[in-house]
Design a protein around this ligand. Sequence first.
Ligand SMILES: [Zn+2]
Length: 474
Amino acid sequence: MIKIVFLLNAVTLVRCVLPRCEPGNYFQGWCKVAVEPKPKCTDVVLGYCDDMSYSKTLFPNLLEHKTREEAELSTEYLLLSVIHSLLNGECNPDIRMLGCSVLAPRCDNGKIIKPCRSSCELVQKSCAHAFEGIDMAWPYFLDCDRFFVSEEEGCYDPLEGLREMQEMVMPSVSPEEPSTAIKFAYHSNTQMFNILKKTAAQCLHISRTYSIGRSVEGEDLLVIEFSSNPGAHELLEPEVRYIGNMHGNEVMGRELLIYLAQYLCSEYLLGNIRIQTLVNTTRIHILPSMNPDGYELASADMQSGSDTDYDEVAQPRANSIGRANAQNIDLNRNFPDLTSIFYNRRRFKRNRSDHIPIPTSYWFGKVAPESYAVMKWMRSIPFVISANLHGGDLVVSYPYDLSKHPLENMFSPTPDEQVFSKLARTYADARATMSNDDMSRCGGTFGDKGGIVNGAKWYSIAGGELRGHNCQFN
Ligand SMILES: [Zn+2]
């Protein structure tokens, strides 16, 4: 109590000593006007922000941290220090630099220049998948509306430093010979989904991902699309479809399609004219895995080492574990058998080989969600050409797959035989190994046939395969 009284007395005393500044007193020099010191730009000394394109900042920053120490001890700065490992290296350094532009904003002539909203929105769009992947909300202090301003208000690009660095690296790539750096490794389902989403984000103006449905175990059947106008069918623009990993243990097609997606994106960005023309004149849909559940099974089986013949590499191989989906349905025997219907009606005049309706009896059988998703997909997009990548031999096999005489493997052409054999030949001829006629080479079974074969001549599938369904349905 005594202490408080004393303090109060002291305060009163001070107030008495200081002269009150009345108008007119300034001229007599009795009191001084409290002049706020002019704000001064200081060096950016935050360790995680030392690669920004500017060197001066100002406190308080945009988050009202008054000093560098306060900023350094803040939870926002702590987040920036771990964001790289949190997002598994994705979206970095973009996210960190965006954060730095708020925590240590650029300072010119004693004034803070705010970062551009457009840069923030771009990073947010392209990094949304990375945050989704770890179930984390977009950080509040990177709110594009709140802390960032428009070009008209005078802003700067917080990623300027990054772009300068990229430009220093870029000239080594010759525009005539663009090249894509691809890391060859097998991808888990999660890794595959991440890569596809990341690739679509990198090529936002020509790409998007979408799901056509879910597997039995609830995995997305994720498609990546490339087109000059993603998400829209344009009149006369051919729709192209690739499917891989329909048999879960056949992984080559799955990996090839993951690489194809990355290749299309990066070559487009690098200015490869051929790829740019391809993407601008067609709409390409890629489903790297139609059977993600089967893949998981095959992959787990391989890792458990139940088959000692496996390579050291984590590659599911030639036993049949994971071939079917999680309901043990072989997806390439699960489509409506429209080829048989076509054969049965052959003797009738004006029998159509296309747009044959799916018979009601088909729906009484077990239809896998994966097959159903692909059928729905075919109904929604008018595909004109498609490829389905399997594993097991080196050959382009084209329809029909069901022999005219079911018990015999015999050449069974579709009405479009010339188109199909030409397409198959074009594909095979473009690949040195495939068109190599040496029967003793690896995968040389079809060496003497130039690497192509009519499916039914190879071995007749008793119906329900996707390709037959394609031919008669579309
Ligand atoms: Zn297969």
